[in-house]
Design a protein around this ligand. Structure first.
Ligand code: ADP
Ligand code: F6P
Length: 489
């Protein structure tokens, strides 16, 4: 038995909330890790009263640092070698599962050796969780990188309460069925007591996959699997609950930040540095093919070329966070996007009036909030996205009553944000019309829409999401008696 301290609450995600960045001189610094998962869970854990542990990768290959404290949170780094990074993270997680779970926008790659590595790393995470979890602890596993972990943990520690939340879509069974390891993945997931998804459709897709692939039965949100005696992982009978619990943001914290004098001053500075245009359009995404950045650029490029908008009045700022840069599809995307930006700017910009400002960088929360404050129209045009927290951050930052949100119907956010200017990013003509509508709409209409959107996000913020998830986990496989969502105010 290890002498390590154990915790009543354990989070496991592929990444720790911080990444270690090593400088050329060998010194290093810890930076906030990218992505919506960390944004959301970091704010949940900031308000957490008792101790908790977070098991995850520290963001660099090789030996893992010793466990360390980050406020009340104990961080437990899991090591990944360069080869494991390439097979488990870049390979199986991001070149097999990611495209398969996002409507096969690019073709998924299937390699048996990648899956073998994925299974080994999932076991490593499961072992680390079991080491730090106290007797009867609650374990919250996150996302598609760790789908075998629930059953692996249950195998060793039947005393634990295990939840899993999927930050990305769960695909229709017609696509999921392509996965050669579909049965193992479902048996891995059924190790959880409660499985949370972004949309009701994702939870239903999971239930349908369990029926089709395992022969399980479903009744409402309950999934029942009679088990097998084949001795493989997840052979025991299970009854679990799978339901939608849409993720959100720390609305009050983000609003406070966006309203601060520093962010207000920075927003004015950004606007002036852009040449004080009449209209600023903004896109903020990880540089990912799911985000529809090419479709957005195509629409905007055509609007400039058609003369519907002119660069001395309208400018488009695209912030694209570097992401998964060693995966081929991401490298290709970067080349395509940078080629498009260069071509459009070359064709339509004038000296002193740049049509597109493209920034391939990461920024702090303050700078993001300032950019949102500057944006007259926010363009969120993914081809498929589990939720999209950027949409929720934008409406929250625009407490001043300004702004307009163009939102793809293929995001989880679209289900909760019907007052946005909805678009189908595949329909370039329709997207152009929607962008123009959002630019030209009467300010009262825009304000009305933004007010309802803000209210929705304030009511269903990240704290109520975490409360709903944990209530679901506690009551599973039954439904909890009441929801944690905040009342109207
Ligand atoms: P995903 O999880 O797919 O990256 P989300 O929209 O759900 O997408 O979450 C992205 C998170 O990362 C948001 O909190 C957003 O503010 C943040 N973010 C996006 N781009 C940048 C950037 N360039 N610099 C800093 N933060 C960023
Ligand atoms: O939200 C989806 C997600 O894949 C998270 O799991 C992840 O933290 C984020 O996007 C960023 O991706 P990555 O960890 O691969 O940089």
């Amino acid at each position: 038995m290890s002498s390590r301290q154990t915790y009543d609450f354990v989070i496991a995600a592929n990444r720790l909330p911080v990444d270690r960045h090593v400088h050329p001189d060998g010194s290093y610094e810890w930076r906030t890790a990218p992505g919506g998962l960390v944004t959301a869970m970091e704010s949940v854990m900031r308000g957490w009263e008792s101790g908790a542990a977070w098991v995850g990768w520290a963001g660099f290959p090789g030996e893992a640092p010793e466990p360390f404290d980050d406020g009340k949170l104990r961080l437990h780094p899991v090591p990944l070698s360069g080869k494991e990074l390439s097979d488990y993270y870049e390979g199986f997680s991001n070149d097999t599962l990611w495209p398969l779970y996002h409507d096969v926008i690019v073709a998924p790659t299937f390699h048996r050796s990648w899956y073998t590595c994925y299974r080994e790393i999932n076991q490593r995470f499961a072992d680390a969780i079991c080491e730090v979890a106290a007797e009867g602890a609650t374990v919250w596993v996150h996302d598609y990188q760790l789908q075998l972990v629930p059953a692996m943990v249950r195998d060793q520690r039947p005393d634990l309460r295990i939840g899993w939340f999927n930050h990305i879509p769960f695909p229709p069974v017609e696509l999921f069925a392509q996965l050669p390891w579909r049965e193992s993945v479902l048996r891995g997931l059924l190790g959880a007591d409660f499985l949370g998804f972004q949309r009701p459709d994702d939870a239903r897709n999971f239930g349908r996959a369990c029926r089709a692939v395992l022969g399980a039965t479903t009744k409402g949100e309950k999934v029942e699997w009679v088990g097998t005696d084949d001795g493989r992982l997840g052979a025991a009978p299970r009854t679990v609950r799978a339901a939608a619990v849409p993720i959100s943001i720390d609305a009050s914290g983000f609003r406070e930040l966006a309203d601060s004098p520093e962010v207000t001053a920075r927003a004015a500075e950004i606007r002036a540095s852009l040449g004080d245009p009449e209209v600023v359009l903004l896109g903020v995404d990880r540089l990912d093919y799911t985000k529809g950045i090419r479709h957005r650029l195509r629409a905007i490029g055509e609007l400039f070329e058609d003369g519907e908008i002119a660069p001395d009045q309208v400018t488009f700022v695209q912030v694209a966070t570097p992401s998964r840069e060693r995966v081929e599809a991401y490298r290709t995307l970067r080349e395509q996007i940078e080629g498009m930006v260069g071509r459009i700017n070359g064709d339509v910009s004038h000296l002193g009036a740049t049509a597109i400002h493209y920034l391939h960088q990461s920024y702090g929360r303050e700078e993001m909030a300032a950019l949102f404050r500057v944006a007259d129209v926010m363009l969120v045009t993914p081809l498929r996205d589990g939720m999209n927290l950027v949409a929720k951050e934008y409406v929250t930052a625009r407490h001043d009553g300004g702004g307009a949100l163009v939102l793809s119907e293929f995001t989880g956010a679209a289900e909760e944000m019907p007052q946005a200017y909805r678009c189908n990013p595949h329909d370039i003509a329709g997207l152009k019309e929607t962008i123009l509508r959002a630019i030209r709409a009467d300010p009262e209409e825009k304000e009305r829409r933004m007010r309802s959107l803000r209210r929705r996000v304030r009511k269903h913020d990240v704290q109520s999401w975490a409360g709903d998830f944990l209530a679901g986990l506690e009551a599973a496989p039954e439904r909890p008696s009441r929801s944690g969502a905040k009342g109207d105010s």
